[in-house]
Design a protein around this ligand. Structure first.
Ligand code: HEM
Ligand SMILES: *[C@@H]1O[C@H](CO)[C@@H](O)[C@H](O)[C@H]1NC(C)=O
Ligand SMILES: *[C@@H]1O[C@H](CO)[C@@H](O)[C@H](O)[C@H]1NC(C)=O
Ligand SMILES: *[C@@H]1O[C@H](CO)[C@@H](O)[C@H](O)[C@H]1NC(C)=O
Ligand SMILES: *[C@@H]1O[C@H](CO)[C@@H](O)[C@H](O)[C@H]1NC(C)=O
Ligand SMILES: *[C@@H]1O[C@H](CO)[C@@H](O)[C@H](O)[C@H]1NC(C)=O
Ligand SMILES: *[C@@H]1O[C@H](CO)[C@@H](O)[C@H](O)[C@H]1NC(C)=O
Ligand SMILES: *[C@@H]1O[C@H](CO)[C@@H](O)[C@H](O)[C@H]1NC(C)=O
Ligand SMILES: *[C@@H]1O[C@H](CO)[C@@H](O)[C@H](O)[C@H]1NC(C)=O
Length: 375
């Protein structure tokens, strides 16, 4: 009789035996997009659990300003094998144990961690997490990585780095995909963030300096990157990423985000993925109303609508893209249907349920709901 151990070995070898060497040791957090039904079945047999789609976690109850760099959340730099990615917020939460330190998490863990660690509002946290998870995550295991595996020498596992989604061009401290798909911190770009602060922020990162830096980054991409793409959700994310350092990286930030950010503190987050000593999260959540308040301030200063380059220097605006959450939802649903044209029955059940959860994060019954796999 076959021993259980041998059976496990056999199961692990299935993808290999079927001739899919690229699926050997397929990580549980890697997106299943692009795999055939046969490949999905083969890798799914190697997963230790497949919990499938989950519902949203409840909002946290205490949203006061409090010390979040405490003895229960020490800073430990990432170890070999730990995953870090393009988001300094999530990277920092992983380095302090608000997220699993290996950088692999469920949507619920991310939604809860960004509230606990930074006081991101529950509505915004749920929306941003699901709009990302739906196309970057693994629907069968309900896991997502917060970036690339920095120690992998084989094909990197993209996670949040999937391009043309939330990850995209004209980033604050990282180069465009076209110039090398680099999710790493870039000192030259950080220096430019500092120059903008010196020019219009008295040496601080302010609404004006952050907006100036973004406008310059966008102009740089327009003039040099023939593949520059700045449609939603990237468009929305880029504007959001202009405001969130002010909203979240300032110690004990006020409810209406009046305090400015020092470059030293910004570097702690962007480069080192760590809270400054004794860091106090903001006073109350940064949710939909707070985002809109900040957007109203930065839109006129940046003033580039959603669009893309058709050849260097030729930026073409997309009039259908209004950057609204309804539009972002529709675009992500379309993309999901393209990524999974022929899912296995199990995968289809999970994707359908996750699309329903994503729709719920909009909290707007006026947005049309879509069912690419039927109701
Ligand atoms: C709610 C879940 C979140 C998800 C799924 C997420 C995802 C991402 C992704 C994919 C990017 C890369 C976009 C690009 O190409 O520029 C990014 C960038 C960024 N995120 Fe997050 N994020 C989340 C929460 C947060 C939080 C809570 C903060 C701040 C505390 C934050 C701060 C930033 C900043 C500042 C950037 C821009 C980095 C740069 O351009 O150098 N994010 N995020
Ligand atoms: C945060 O700042 C407020 C004043 O804006 C102060 O009353 C409060 O004690 C501070 N909270 C912490 C935890 O330092
Ligand atoms: C990252 O890659 C390394 C080398 O391939 C591997 O040993 C490690 O297990 C991976 N870590 C994760 C979290 O996948
Ligand atoms: C990414 O940046 C790092 C350091 O910032 C550099 O060592 C690496 O070669 C870059 N990779 C690519 C693909 O550009
Ligand atoms: C950093 O960005 C600058 C300016 O875009 C670029 O010239 C340089 O090659 C980038 N460095 C790395 C390591 O990617
Ligand atoms: C970006 O380019 C546009 C068009 O050339 C120009 O009007 C605008 O002033 C530039 N923005 C910045 C911040 O230099
Ligand atoms: C932050 O910078 C702005 C300039 O953008 C300035 O008007 C404001 O007074 C600064 N806020 C504080 C609290 O220093
Ligand atoms: C989604 O797909 C439909 C059907 O192909 C198309 O009409 C619509 O414009 C797409 N919407 C977005 C936001 O991508
Ligand atoms: C809800 O969606 C409708 C339809 O797109 C839009 O007009 C409205 O502004 C949205 N409401 C909110 C509160 O975002």
């Amino acid at each position: 009789m076959m021993k259980l151990q041998n059976l496990a070995t056999l199961v692990a070898l299935v993808p290999y035996a079927l001739g899919f060497p690229r699926l050997e040791n397929f990580p549980e957090y890697r997106s299943l997009a692009g795999l055939s039904p046969r490949e999905v079945r083969a890798v799914a047999r190697t997963f230790s659990s497949t919990p499938g789609a989950q519902s949203l976690p409840p909002p946290i109850s205490d949203t006061s300003a409090k010390v979040v760099y405490d003895s229960e959340h020490p800073y430990i730099p990432d170890q070999p094998g730990d995953i870090r990615g393009p988001c300094p917020g999530l990277n920092t939460l992983a380095s302090h144990g608000y997220l699993p330190r290996n950088g692999v998490a469920t949507p619920a863990q991310i939604i809860t961690a960004v509230q606990e660690g930074f006081n991101m509002g529950w509505n915004v946290a749920s929306l941003v997490t699901y709009m990302t998870f739906i196309v970057d995550g693994n629907h069968l295991t309900n896991l997502m990585s917060i970036g690339a595996n920095t120690t992998a020498d084989d094909e990197p596992t993209p996670g949040l780095n999937i391009h043309f989604n939330v990850e995209g061009d004209a980033s604050t401290t990282r180069g465009d995909f076209y110039f090398g798909n680099n999710y790493s911190f870039n000192e030259t770009l950080f220096d430019q963030l500092e120059e903008a602060a010196n020019r219009v922020g008295n040496g601080f990162i302010t609404i004006e300096s952050a907006s100036l830096h973004r406008a310059l980054r966008i102009n740089d991409s327009i003039t040099r990157n023939p593949t520059f793409w700045f449609g939603s959700p990237r468009f929305v994310a880029a504007y959001l990423e202009t405001t969130v350092p002010l909203a979240f990286f300032v110690n004990n930030q006020t409810l209406d985000t009046t305090l400015n950010l020092t470059l030293d503190v910004a570097r702690d987050f962007y480069e080192k993925h760590r809270f400054p000593e004794g860091f106090v999260r903001r006073q109350g959540p940064f949710d939909v109303a707070e985002v809109e308040f900040m957007f109203a301030k930065i839109f006129p200063l940046i003033n580039v609508p959603p669009g893309h380059n058709e050849g260097v220097g030729n930026y073409v605006v997309n009039p259908e893209d209004d950057g609204s959450s309804c539009y972002v939802y529709h675009r992500q649903v379309n993309l999901t249907a393209q990524l999974y044209p022929n899912p296995t029955p199990e995968l289809e059940v999970a994707i359908k349920a996750n699309l329903v959860t994503f729709y719920q994060t909009l909290h707007n019954s006026s947005c049309e709901q879509y069912f690419p796999y039927g109701q």
